[in-house]
Design a protein around this ligand. Structure first.
Ligand SMILES: [Zn+2]
Length: 168
C-alpha cells in the first residue's frame, strides 16, 4: 500500500476494523518510511467471487437477482423486508469471506437456504424448490423431513405448511 505522503510502499497495518455492517474493512496504516498514518478502506463487495452455473457458465454476482429470488420465496410470509436485507448481507459476507475466485450457484443457494431456514421454513422450501428443481410433492416431503431432523428450535415463523399441498 503506497503512502499518500511519501509514496513509499513500506506501510504496516496498525489495526483493522469492520464498518458498515461488516461490508467494509478500515485499516489504519503506519508508513515505516516517513511515519505518516493513514486509513485505507476495503469494500467487501468488490471481492465477490464469480458464480459458476450448473451449465458451466460464469456470471457476476448480482445482489438484485439474489434479493428477487428470496423476496419471491417470502411472498405472504411474515418475513420483513428488513429481515431479507439482513439475510442478503449475511450471505454476501459469507461469499466474500470465503475468498474464492468462484463459487458454484448451488453453494450460493445453500448459503441462502441455511439462512432462510432459520427465518421461515415455508419460504425456505419455496427457495429450495426453485434452486434444487423440485419435481414432485415427495421432494417437498423429504425437504421438511430433513428440517425436522436438523431439529433446531423454530424462530416463531408461524406454523410450517408445505408451499403446495402434498398429493398422495
Ligand atoms: Zn510515508
Amino acid at each position: 500500500m503506497r503512502c499518500p505522503k511519501c509514496s513509499e510502499h513500506k506501510s504496516r497495518v496498525i489495526n483493522s476494523r469492520q464498518g458498515r455492517e461488516g461490508r467494509e474493512v478500515r485499516r489504519r496504516r503506519h508508513c515505516e518510511e516517513c511515519g505518516h498514518r493513514f486509513t485505507t478502506r476495503e469494500r467487501l463487495d468488490e471481492k465477490f467471487p464469480k458464480i459458476a452455473k450448473r451449465d458451466g457458465r460464469r456470471e457476476e454476482y448480482a445482489r438484485g437477482k439474489l434479493e428477487g429470488g428470496i423476496q419471491k420465496s417470502c411472498v405472504k410470509r411474515r418475513v420483513s423486508e428488513e429481515a431479507i436485507q439482513r439475510l442478503v448481507e449475511r450471505v454476501e459476507r459469507r461469499l466474500a469471506e470465503g475468498g474464492e475466485a468462484e463459487v458454484a450457484s448451488d453453494a450460493l443457494g445453500g448459503f441462502v437456504l441455511d439462512e432462510l431456514r432459520a427465518l421461515d421454513l415455508v419460504a425456505a422450501s419455496r427457495f429450495a424448490s426453485v434452486f434444487r428443481d423440485f419435481k414432485s410433492a415427495a421432494d417437498y416431503e423429504s425437504f421438511f423431513a430433513a428440517q425436522a431432523e436438523a431439529a433446531e428450535p423454530p424462530q416463531s415463523a408461524g406454523p410450517a405448511e408445505p408451499a403446495e399441498p402434498p398429493e398422495r
